[in-house]
Design a protein around this ligand. Structure first.
Ligand SMILES: [Zn+2]
Length: 411
C-alpha cells in the first residue's frame, strides 16, 4: 500500500514536470524567437576589450556545464574588398555535430558486428584538408630518434615538421565557452565568452580556474550562484607579438559575494533565457551556399563574402560562382520557399528529435544511441541552416561572425 502511494507520488511529480514543460512551450510559442540580425548576434559575444571588464558567470542550464567545450577552425578567409582576413573563427561540424552513419560504396550504411550502423564524425572539409596535408609526411622516420638521424634524414625531419605546422593551421581548435552577463552592457542580456585552449597553460582558462576555485573555498559557494556568486574583474592589457598588438588578459579577480542583479525580475529573465552558444557561434554560410559548401570554399580560398567596401555598391561576391553571385544579389523573399520557419506542423511530430535519418534501411531503433564529441548534441543542423533569408538585412548577416572575431594571442 505504501509502495503504491509512493508510485502515485512519483507519477504525480512526473505529470507536473510535463505540465510545466507544456506551459513553458506555450509561452515560447506565444512569443516565438525572432530571427536575430547580425548585429544582435554580435551583441551576444562577450569580447573583453576595455582596460577593465566585469563579467558574471551564470549557473549552467540543466544538463550543461559552467564551462563548455566546442571546436572551431581558425583560418584565413576572404572579406570585403577581396582582402584576406587571418584568424577567422569557423564552426567545425566534425567536432560539434552528432556523428553520422558511414556509407559504403553503394550509399548504404556500413554495419558493425552487431548490425548497428557504423558512426563517423560529420564531414568537414577543413578537417579533411588538415588530414590530407599531414598524410604528405614522410613515414620513413617513424621510430628514429633525432640524435641518431643522418644528414639526409634530418632534412626529411625538417620537412615533416613544416608539413605538420601547415596541417595544424587547418585543424579544428578547442575553445571554452562561458555563459554570463557583461556587467558593462547589461542591456544585451546573456552573452557568451569564448576563448581558445592554450597548450602552454597560459590561456584565459588557466587564469580563471584558480580564481574560481579560490572563491569556492573561501566563500563555500558556487561562483555562479544567483545569490552567493561573484562578479569577476578582468584587467586587459596590450601585448605585442610579431609586430602586432593584441588585447590580452593581464589579471582576473573576483569582487566578492553579490546577487546576480539587485532587481530580481532582471535576474530571473537572465536565468530563464534559453539561448545557448549554438544560437550565437553558428556555422558560416552564404545565400544559396549551405555550411558544408561554404567550408569547402574556405578550404580552397574562394569563400563568398559580403562586400561593403563601396558604400554605393554593397553586394555579395562568390569567387568562381557567378551563378550563386547573381542569385544572391537579385534575391527577393520567395514566398513559395519550402524552408519557411513559420510552417507549422502537428504537435505530435517531435521537432527536437535528431537525427532525422533519411537514408534507406535505417530506422530509429537500428540507429541506436548517438554519441558526440562536443558538450551538447546540438540543434545547429536543424536551426542553423537558413540564416540567409533576411532579405532586407544581408549586410549585417553576412558580416556577423567575422567582425565579432578578435585576435587571440597566437600562442
Ligand atoms: Zn573541422
Amino acid at each position: 500500500m505504501e509502495k503504491q502511494n509512493e508510485n502515485q507520488a512519483n507519477v504525480q511529480s512526473n505529470d507536473l514536470s510535463n505540465l510545466k514543460n507544456m506551459f513553458s512551450d506555450y509561452r515560447k510559442k506565444a512569443a516565438p524567437a525572432k530571427r536575430r540580425t547580425g548585429a544582435e548576434i554580435l551583441a551576444k559575444y562577450f569580447v573583453p576589450r576595455n582596460t577593465k571588464e566585469v563579467f558574471r558567470i551564470l549557473p549552467p542550464k540543466q544538463g550543461r556545464k559552467h564551462i563548455e567545450e566546442a571546436f572551431f577552425h581558425v583560418v584565413p578567409t576572404l572579406t570585403a574588398g577581396g582582402k584576406k582576413k587571418y584568424n577567422t573563427v569557423i564552426y567545425c561540424p566534425a567536432h560539434n555535430d552528432p556523428k553520422v552513419p558511414k556509407l559504403d560504396g553503394n550509399g548504404q550504411p556500413e554495419l558493425d558486428v552487431n548490425g548497428q550502423p557504423r558512426l563517423i564524425p560529420a564531414p568537414c572539409p577543413l578537417c579533411s584538408k588538415a588530414k590530407a596535408i599531414l598524410s604528405k609526411q614522410d613515414p620513413s622516420l617513424k621510430g628514429v630518434k633525432k640524435e641518431q638521424m643522418n644528414e639526409a634524414q634530418k632534412i626529411v625531419f625538417e620537412k615533416n615538421k613544416e608539413i605538420f605546422k601547415e596541417a595544424n593551421q587547418w585543424e579544428a581548435k578547442k575553445f571554452y565557452i562561458i555563459r554570463g552577463i557583461d556587467k558593462g552592457a547589461e542591456k544585451d542580456g546573456v552573452k557568451f565568452w569564448r576563448f581558445k585552449h592554450n597548450f602552454k597553460n597560459q590561456g584565459t582558462l588557466d587564469k580563471l580556474l584558480p580564481i574560481l576555485e579560490e572563491y569556492m573555498s573561501v566563500h563555500q559557494a558556487d561562483f555562479s550562484d544567483p545569490n552567493n556568486g561573484t562578479d569577476l574583474s578582468i584587467i586587459m592589457t596590450d601585448s605585442e607579438f610579431n609586430g602586432r598588438v593584441y588585447k590580452a588578459i593581464s589579471a582576473i579577480t573576483y569582487r566578492g559575494k553579490s546577487p546576480l542583479h539587485s532587481d530580481p525580475i532582471v535576474a530571473r529573465q537572465w536565468l530563464e533565457d534559453d539561448i545557448t552558444w549554438r544560437d550565437v557561434f553558428k556555422p558560416k554560410q552564404a545565400p544559396g551556399m549551405p555550411p558544408y559548401e561554404f567550408l569547402e570554399a574556405v578550404s580552397n580560398g574562394v569563400n563568398p563574402y559580403w562586400d561593403d567596401s563601396d558604400a554605393n555598391n554593397k553586394h555579395w561576391v562568390f569567387p568562381g560562382r557567378p551563378d550563386l553571385e547573381a542569385a544572391a544579389n537579385t534575391r527577393t523573399r520567395n514566398l513559395d520557399a519550402d524552408d519557411d520557419d513559420n510552417f507549422e506542423q502537428a504537435s505530435d511530430i517531435d521537432e527536437e528529435e535528431y537525427p532525422r535519418v533519411t537514408i534507406n534501411n535505417i530506422t530509429e531503433s537500428k540507429v541506436g544511441v548517438y554519441s558526440d564529441n562536443a558538450v551538447d548534441v546540438g540543434q545547429s543542423v536543424l536551426d542553423g541552416s537558413d540564416d540567409e533569408d533576411n532579405s532586407s538585412n544581408e549586410s549585417e548577416d553576412g558580416d556577423a561572425s567575422s567582425s565579432g572575431d578578435y585576435d587571440d594571442l597566437p600562442f
